[in-house]
Design a protein around this ligand. Sequence first.
Ligand code: NAP
Length: 628
Amino acid sequence: MNAAVCIDPETGLKVFNTRAAEAIEKITGKGYSVVTDQKLTELPKMPAGATFNAEEQAKYLAFKEARRGAADYMAMEGEFKKYLDDVYSEPPIPREALDDECEILVVGAGFGGLLLWQKLSQAGFTDVRFCEKGGDVGGTWYWNRYPGIACDVESYSYLPLLDETGYVPSMKFASGFEILEHCQRMAQKFGFYDHCLFHTTVEATTWDEASGRWLVETDRGDKMRARFVILANGILTTPKLARIAGMEKFKGESFHTSRWNYNIDLSGKRVGIIGTGATAVQAVPELAKVVGQLYVFQRTPSSIDVRDQRATTDEEQTTWAREPGWARARRARFAKISEVRAAVLANDDYLAGKIQDFKERKKHDRQLTPEELMQKQLDSSFRLMEQIRARVDAIVKDPKTAAALKPYYPYGCKRPTFHDEYLPTFNLPHVHLVDTAPRGVSEINERGVVHEGVEYPLDVLIYATGFQWMGTSTFNMVTGRGGRTLKEKWEIEGTRTFLGLHSRGFPNLFIVTGPQGGGGSFNFTDVIYAHADYLVWVLQTMRERGARIVDVRKEPEDKYAEHCRDVDIATAPLRDCISYYNGEGKAAPGSLAYYGGRQWDKYRIEAQTSLEPYAFEGDPNRGLLRQR
Ligand code: NAP
């Protein structure tokens, strides 16, 4: 067997062999099912006369206000820490603790890490080391393996490096298992595994001014120094639990959806699932296929649009095989889509370049005021939600269940979901929707869930309760100049970044897909591409200029943070509900997600042209090139 750590005689760099072996085999419900019943794959027509009038607005407001303060989550600590165990891999490969130096250290081996490696190595940066908590690559797609998992951005635009690997996804919305395999394919093809320390969690990242290095400490006892640190460990990665009285008493089996325990046989069992977000919407139909009784505990219904899943056609396979760059071109077209629902539907003819637009644009006689424009957007969001609500009535037979499944908030305010089997599942005699609106499940005992005095005895309880936004300890444990952590800075000053990638006082540290970092696309992969390209530019620019350190200046950072705040405020009415996107209604404007569309590119291009936002410090050996 190869040693876990050895030296490449040619480069002198360390080579790692730390990928863990797979621990699970029994996977069910891979999410490939294609529904052909047209009633399930088309939205009902817009109900006549639907307007977002005062009565409807009041209904939305009441729906929202009833939930205010209901979201109470907790981290998986103490007796709940067991829910974080890595159930997917064999135990970590033993290895020595590292006490050495590399040029670039990247946290995370998901899409971000994989793409960064491909781009950095092509640009000649090869002394790059990755630390990954899991036993293999994949990130989100490593941890989330629940039955039914699939991407909800069309896979031909979502999966990175399709042109470079020659791979074509088998379905329009590829299963999570297929995506995980693609991550492994990317890692193999570009030699990623040699550079990655798996089962290694970064616990502290501290700037040392004297050496101009970051000291990175891990749970494996490593103390590594790096000139640059890139945080590519995602913003929705740490699972959370709803805080529910008595949950520690439950005697049955339980787990979180992001650590699906396939060793527990669910067939014929009484299974409960708490939560009805994007995860549960995909998992519930698959669960219903195997369990004896299924209880879905819902606080807020998701909007369930049509999915229209399909297999990749033979024609597509043949055409794309002859067309180098087809995926890049498709992703670029996808990035031009400016409406959430159009992105969800992902019109094939448009994306394949067969037509130039997929809908007729309305021309107005005069320029609309921002207020008029907002009203128009709210009206069209309302009409779409009316169709989504009409779909519930058209599919779900029991009127009480149908009423509970209808969401009353603007489209896209919570993660819009789609599925063609989720709603019909509630017509099955063994599937029960337990409507816990608006406060949610509040009691669990030894036997199961208790709601409004009714006990629901369960053999297995599944928490589909989501993830902490920026909940990785990353932001607590990055200590920059002056001994201040990133978390402290953002708590005192508000989230402050330049392009989401730099934060002043944290030189040579870059955050990929963090707060304020979103680009102009609904496709997360696009954002990762944009960030990776940008970082290669930063590093190349520094190399060319002999710069040792890069930080950002105060004014551009303040201006950019202000811009994020302004666009958040300006677009807030479109997302007026309680959601993790807005910190359950508590986040300061501009502090979390970014809604500035292509403005991100504008700021980036201006910065790259003028270099004004940057504070470069030179290499002492080569003279100070530029300092502000
Ligand atoms: P989530 O959207 O945060 O959903 C958590 C669910 O738990 C919500 O329905 C929430 O209700 C519910 N909940 C919390 N406490 C409760 C209580 N006490 N009683 C009853 N219900 C309770 O988490 P998620 O579904 O795992 O999705 C997280 C994100 O991951 C998605 O939005 C998406 O970005 C990503 N994701 C993507 C895909 C994909 O690409 N295919 C699939 C899955 C997930 P409230 O709504 O009332 O708070």
